[in-house]
Design a protein. Structure first.
Length: 326
């Protein structure tokens, strides 16, 4: 029934006359791309990114009303391509790259009691990694943990290692079975306690991916295990912005399909109701301008899109778009 309803929705939304997203206005800070965005389930956070002048930002802004109003919260590393997530009441900004190619293995941790505290992690310096919280099933003895996956090292290699963080510290989980990847999409879904890793790019020369990998608890190895769920999603291979709503629908938007090119990007919207096995295109050309380097977060069943750039014409955005979805 859920898949049938999603099919009906998709049939109504295949052109921009029935666009999914509506404008929410502009954020009161510089237009940017390659920033990080995340949510703690109630508020939205935006960190860093690169502006049209080439400046790399370090302030974390937050919004408690879906992007209508914003305030400055704390300062982290000056970085584009940092990973970020909320974990156990703390906000984490991980790694990233400065404006001259220097990568970080810095972690900035923030909460309202202790403020922002920075430390050096044992994983190699990197940018364009992804981070998410994985909560194993209750039958497991494993704790909830923050995962950091992949990324790239400037002028060097792309990565496929997986790291786990708990209050006890960082632990290497070794290499994932997926190829080295940066700028992938990542989301946590409650059903099956799964981590979804979608798309991304494998090197400075490509290839781009439209694969779906899933991390879940294995009763055989008693740890996180990865499987390839979808070898080729119907959306074009690309860097990915991915979010999961509170009822485990996945939404994928925009992205780059060209390495190191002045690309306009895309503005299509896709959804999956079954954890990435199958996808439907909700909108071929949504109402927000095509872009790359944007981010999307889901707060309950509200999607919030922020920023990005059309590099073909040199336009950077600080606009906020929202959509109410399944």
């Amino acid at each position: 029934m859920m898949s049938f309803m999603l099919f009906l929705v998709s049939a109504l939304l295949l052109d921009n006359t029935n666009a999914l997203f509506t404008p929410r206005g502009n954020a009161p800070f510089e237009p940017r791309q390659r920033h990080a965005s995340w949510t703690d389930g109630a508020s939205i956070f935006v960190h860093g990114g690169r502006t049209s002048s080439g400046s790399v930002m370090n302030t974390v802004y937050t919004s408690a009303d879906g992007g209508a109003t914003w305030r400055s919260l704390f300062s982290a590393q000056h970085a584009q391509g940092a990973a970020a997530t909320s974990y156990q009441g703390n906000q984490f900004v991980l790694g990233g790259r400065d404006n001259v190619g220097g990568d970080f293995n810095m972690v900035t941790k923030y909460n309202s009691s202790s403020g922002a505290v920075s430390s050096t992690a044992p994983w190699s310096t990197r940018a364009y990694a992804v981070a998410a919280v994985w909560t194993p099933p209750p039958t497991s003895s494993l704790p909830s943990q923050l995962l950091l996956i992949g990324g790239s090292r400037f002028g060097m290699s792309f990565l496929n290692d997986v790291w786990s963080y708990t209050p006890s510290g960082w632990t290497s989980l070794g290499l994932g079975p997926f190829p080295p990847v940066a700028s992938a999409g990542i989301a946590s879904i409650q059903k099956g306690s799964q981590i979804i890793l979608a798309g991304g790019v494998g090197s400075t020369a490509g290839p781009f991916y439209n694969t779906i990998w899933v991390g879940a608890y294995s009763g055989l190895t008693y740890q996180l295990a990865w499987t390839l769920r979808c070898t080729a999603a119907p959306w074009s291979a690309r860097t990915v912005s991915l979010a999961a709503t509170s009822n485990d629908y996945l939404y994928m938007i925009e992205g780059s399909q060209v390495v190191d090119a002045f690309t306009a990007g895309t503005n299509d919207v896709w959804s999956s109701a079954d954890g990435g096995y199958s996808w439907v295109q909700l909108v071929a050309f949504d109402s927000f301008p095509s872009r790359v380097g944007a981010t999307i977060v889901a707060v309950n069943r509200q999607l919030v899109l922020f920023g990005g750039a059309n590099l073909a014409v040199g336009t950077y955005y600080n606009d906020v778009w929202q959509a109410w979805v399944e």
